[in-house]
Structure formats: C-alpha cells, structure tokens
Design a protein around this ligand. Sequence first.
Ligand code: FAD
Length: 488
Amino acid sequence: MNTNPVAIMWFRQDLRLQDNPALQAALQSNVPIVCIYIWAVNDHDQWSMGSASRWWLHQSLTALQAQLTKKNHALVIRQGDCLSTLQSLIQETHATHVYWNRCYEPSRRTEDLQIRKVLHTMQVMTHEYNGSLLIDPDQFTNTSGKPYQVFTPFWKRYLLEHIKPTNTSIPADLPHPGTWPDSTPLEQLHLEPTIDWTQGIRAAWTPGEVGAQQQLKAFISSRCISYEQDRDRPDRQHTSELSPHLHFGEISPQTVWSHLNSRLVIEQRKSFHLGTAAVLRQLVWRDFSYHLLYHYPHTSTQPLREKFLHFTWDHNPTALRAWQKGLTGYPFVDAGMRQLWKTGWMHNRVRMVVASFLTKHLLLPWQRGAEWFWDTLVDADLANNTMGWQWVAGCGADAAPYFRIFNPVTQGLKCDPRGEYVGRWVPELATLPTPWIHKPWEAPPLLLAEHGITLGKTYPYPIVDHQKARQRALAAFSALKHESEGAG
Ligand SMILES: Cc1cc2nc3c(=O)[nH]c(=O)nc-3n(C[C@H](O)[C@H](O)[C@H](O)COP(=O)(O)OP(=O)(O)OC[C@H]3O[C@@H](n4cnc5c(N)ncnc54)[C@H](O)[C@@H]3O)c2cc1C
C-alpha cells in the first residue's frame, strides 16, 4: 500500500465538489486525497435517517461518485461506526490528515469530539470547517451574551456580515493515491426501499450537485421575482425547492446567498423589488434553527419552553393515522399530507397548517408529527424540523402564540383560491368547484352527487369539527398559560 502522505476527505452532509471548504483545504495540502463516505447505521439513535432521506442519499452518493469518476477519482464507501472506519482507513492508507465539514446535530457533535481525540492520539491531524451554514452557530450571542431566541435581532445581525462562498470553481484535478482502498458497493447499504414506493419522489427531484445548481438557476431566472408575494401559494411552484439539496449539502448556503445577493444589487440599481431579500431571510431562518439546536440540544425531543413539559396531549392513534394518510376530511390538510407521501416534500405554508391541525385540532404531541415528517421528508433536517414543529405548537423560540390556530378551510381558500392544489393531491374532489372543494361537507348534496362524491365513502367527513376543536385547544393551551402564571 501507499506510504506517501495521504489526506482523507470525509464527506458527510456536504455532498458536493464546489464551494466545499474541507475539500478545498485538503486540495491545498497538495497530497493525494482519499474521499470517503461512511454509512453509520445507529439503530439506537431516534433520529437515524428516515426512509425518504435514505432514498435521496443513495441518489446523491451516486451523483457524487459519478462526478469523482469523471475526474479520474473515486468515492470510497464504507459501512460501520465512523471512528473505527476512519481508524481502519488511516491504517490502510497511512493518512496523516483528515478533513471534514462540521455537522451540528447533538449526536454528531458528541461523536466528532471523540473522533478528534482518538485521531490526535494516533498523531493524525484533523481539520474541520463550516460547510453547511451561512455562519457557525457559536459565532454570535445576543446583547445579553446569551443564545438568540428571537429571530428579528438574529436576522439583523446577519445583515452586518459579508457572506460569500470560499471557492466557486469546481476543482479541476484531484490528486489520487496509487492504490484505491476497498469500497463497499452502494447497493449493499440498502438505502433504497425493497418495495419501490419512490416513483412520485423520483419524478419530482434530481438529487445531486448538478440538480441543485439547476434548481437554483431555474428559481433565480423565473420564480424569484414573485417570491415575496406568492411564497404562500402552494398551488403553483413559487419557492426555490432547494431544501433537500441544502440539507445534503449539494449546494452551499453561501453559494445560494451570493447568487441572490448579486441579484439584489441589480434590483436595487433598477429600483424594483424582486423578492430576493425575502429568500435571504429564509436562509437565515435555516441558520436560526441550527443556532437553537446547537445551544439547546435537548429540543429535538423536548420543548424549549419548559412549561410545555406539563402539557397534557391527547393519545389517539386513529386520528394520528388519519392525519398521516391524508384522510382527515379537511381537503387542504389532506392535500399536504398526500403531497408529502407522494413526493417527499410539502410546501411551507401547508406544513404550518398540517402541523397546527395535528397539535391544535387533534391535540396530538408535536413529537409525533416531527417523527412522521422525519421519515417521509426528503429534506428531513433535525434543526429545521424541530424548530418548525415547536414554532407551530407554540413551545419553541419566537413561536406562534397558542391562540394562533390555523383554520384549514380559510387557509385553503386564501392560499389555493382555485382549489388546484387540493385537486392535484386529492383527486376524488378535483372537479368540485370552489369554495366547496375546501369544505365539501357544506356543499349542496346535489352538487356532490353530480361530482360522484359520497361523503363517508369516497371522501371522509371531517374527523373533528373545526369550531369545537378550536375551543378545546384554546381551553387546553390557556389553562397551561394560567397554570404557569400561578406557578410563577
Ligand atoms: C412543521 C414544519 C416542519 C419543517 N421541517 C423542515 C425540515 O425537516 N427540513 C427543512 O429543510 N425545512 C423544514 N421546514 C421549513 C420549511 O418548510 C422548508 O424549509 C421549506 O418549505 C423548503 O422549501 P423551499 O426550499 O422551497 O424553501 P424556500 O422558501 O425557497 O426557502 C429557501 C431555503 O430557506 C430555508 N427555509 C425556508 N423556510 C424555512 C423555515 N421556515 N425554517 C427554516 N429554514 C427555512 C430552506 O433551507 C429553504 O430551502 C419545516 C417547517 C415546518 C412548519
């Protein structure tokens, strides 16, 4: 085996060649590089990768392998725990340096600490970079020296920063070792399901760095212009749909930021507003969620606001199942849940409405919703998912107040005025005109018959009455408020 110095580039949630700070640094070391991806299955980790994400990972690794092969290089794939896999590879290759981009999930941080320690005892240098956030989560504190819990000052702090990619060109050449270490065939990781349910997901996405770049380009050249006014409309494609690409690190947030920012400069010169600033803000929400998870690592399972620890959630497996399957009888909610099941993604506004329905209308714990999203989303991301669910349930940072209970009918009428979104995902209602498509139980019986709809048979009756459910939720949440006021 090779006895010349070798550097290991450990790919994790940074499955790209462009603007990859760890890869860039490894290249600058001017020694042969061995690229590795380690599939570490940890069945004890509640947040081990969900089914839809595994599918994405398979495609993304395939894409990265293809890119490296084109450069006459390779991606070594191994399965096992990260530390012992790295130790073996170091012994096999005589590597003296390991490069990686940081992950911020609590379990990964603990693991990295251990890896760092052990590799240093082996006289191996470790080099870590920020490759997935605009700014590292420990860079800022609020004016009291504490982590931020409110978004607006966090956002304003970001506006003072000069954010740019470290390197925008794809490395021309990757020096490779004389001999390649063994690699496990990707298929042997069994990331793809044995029974193929991925048809809808496959049709909707192009995982990989090239797919990510195309998505950004398409967004900037067309949809970005109307983002601010139309971003809450799920009936058309108005948002960037970059979330899974960002999660797997197929594109860096700095790259997205700098493309948008240069657009913003042009807009200001032309003095018309294209909604670009609104997307930049969403990218900072993403960093905000990491800031929260980093400083409050317990929040992936527990509420940030402690008083919610005592909240009495309901336990109703039948209602949970109806919600998961998109059979609640509320068309806008059901459309969202079916879009999620078919494509592995759901529009942000609809995520808020379905999450509110689960936690407020059904009074089911936000953790059950977060788990379902975790398994079914292609962009499942511990920081974003935790913050999203806690925000809607009212138990997180800068959260929606408890009395904000989305009305699924008025949300449908407002965000999907022609009923096209519902029609696409709930085809049994597709021909029903608005407003009835959003509230079929109020439609004239003759109209339902004309459209072949029999409530309770072809489409369910609402599983809860909106007004009653709202009153029940308000009572439950305000009791919590009074209790804690009394206790305080
Ligand atoms: C209950 C709930 C659960 C969620 N779970 C996830 C999740 O697991 N993974 C995930 O990536 N997002 C999650 N979100 C946030 C948001 O819904 C998605 O990021 C967004 O819908 C992705 O679509 P897009 O790429 O078109 O976003 P765009 O509107 O185009 O925004 C650009 C990027 O900014 C980031 N972003 C946008 N909105 C948010 C937000 N509210 N919070 C944090 N980052 C944001 C995303 O990375 C997104 O790709 C959740 C939101 C809610 C309410």
